[in-house]
Design a binder for this molecule. Structure first.
Ligand code: DGL
Length: 271
């Protein structure tokens, strides 16, 4: 049994899709969440800048005595996972491999779409992982750079003409390719599930990077004997690098739980 917390990070709200799953499947675990809201979005940045940000995010999280880290960010997972693993002596789980495994389990036609940030699509990591796991898979990738800023601004609801217009522009050509599975390869995108599902239709199965990585983390904790005492109730703590108010408002709606611990602001430049 290991009562130390798990560190989870993302550029902003996106990693909450993993937190929501973690709260359901590992309710006994304490979580320390960091959202780098001062520097969001990460998705258009260079590999070098992303690695610098990711190192700072990990250094902040490691100011707590953690047992594991979940990189609840597609962009950091696709560009910096190997380096972060090599530099840190604790288990680190990313989103790419678990998400690809799930997509290959659900696809029947082996025609898989992937939407993610520019940096993630540019890295080719999802595509390479899918092909390594199944050389016969056909992969169609598409960056959706406007999704993250819209999500961070709370434009996540059906009937919002801005997000619906942007989503149609990105997704209708993808739907026309005849994919039967769509990977939401950026952890912000599951906040848009309703809108994406409306456009893609019932014949396309959506696979969420945030959710799959939470399941992977659970498997890893079990395998390594790192689970907390299952009879207790764990608590999440939230930290951000800019105004906590907006984060708390959207986070409470999304997590469907009162954020008893309000988000606290930290200076990420100190790390
Ligand atoms: N949610 C992150 C991802 O999964 C980062 C998105 C961004 O900041 O652009 O890629």
């Amino acid at each position: 049994m290991d009562m130390r917390p798990i560190g989870v990070f993302d550029s902003g709200l996106g990693g909450l899709t993993a937190v929501r799953s973690l709260r359901q499947i590992l309710p006994e675990e304490n979580l320390i969440y960091f959202g780098d809201t001062a520097r969001v979005p990460y998705g258009g940045r260079s590999k070098e800048t992303l690695l610098k940000y990711a190192r700072q995010d990990v250094r902040f999280l490691r100011s707590f005595d953690l047992k594991a880290i979940l990189i609840a960010c597609g962009t950091v997972s696709t560009t910096s996972l190997d380096t972060l693993r090599a530099e840190n002596d604790l288990p680190i789980v990313g989103v790419v491999e678990p998400t690809c495994r799930r997509a290959l389990l659900v696809t029947k036609t082996k025609k898989v779409g992937i939407i993610a940030t520019l940096a993630s699509i540019r890295s080719g990591a999802y595509e390479a992982t899918l092909r390594r796991l199944d050389p016969d898979v056909e992969v169609i990738g598409k960056p959706c750079p406007l999704f993250v800023p819209l999500v961070e601004n709370g434009r996540i609801h059906r009937g919002d003409v801005v997000i619906e217009t942007v989503a149609r522009e990105y997704l209708e050509p993808l739907k026309a390719t005849g994919i039967d599975t769509l990977i939401l390869g950026c952890t912000h995108y599951p906040l848009l599930t309703d809108i994406i599902a409306d456009i893609m239709g019932p014949e396309v199965t959506l696979v969420s990077a945030g959710e799959e990585s939470a399941f992977e983390l659970k498997r890893m904790l079990k395998a390594e004997g790192l689970r907390a005492d299952e009879s207790r109730q764990g608590e999440p703590e939230f930290y951000v690098s800019d105004r906590p108010e907006d984060f708390e408002r959207i986070a409470s709606v999304f997590l469907r739980e009162n954020m008893r611990h309000t988000a606290r602001r930290i200076d990420i430049d100190q790390y």
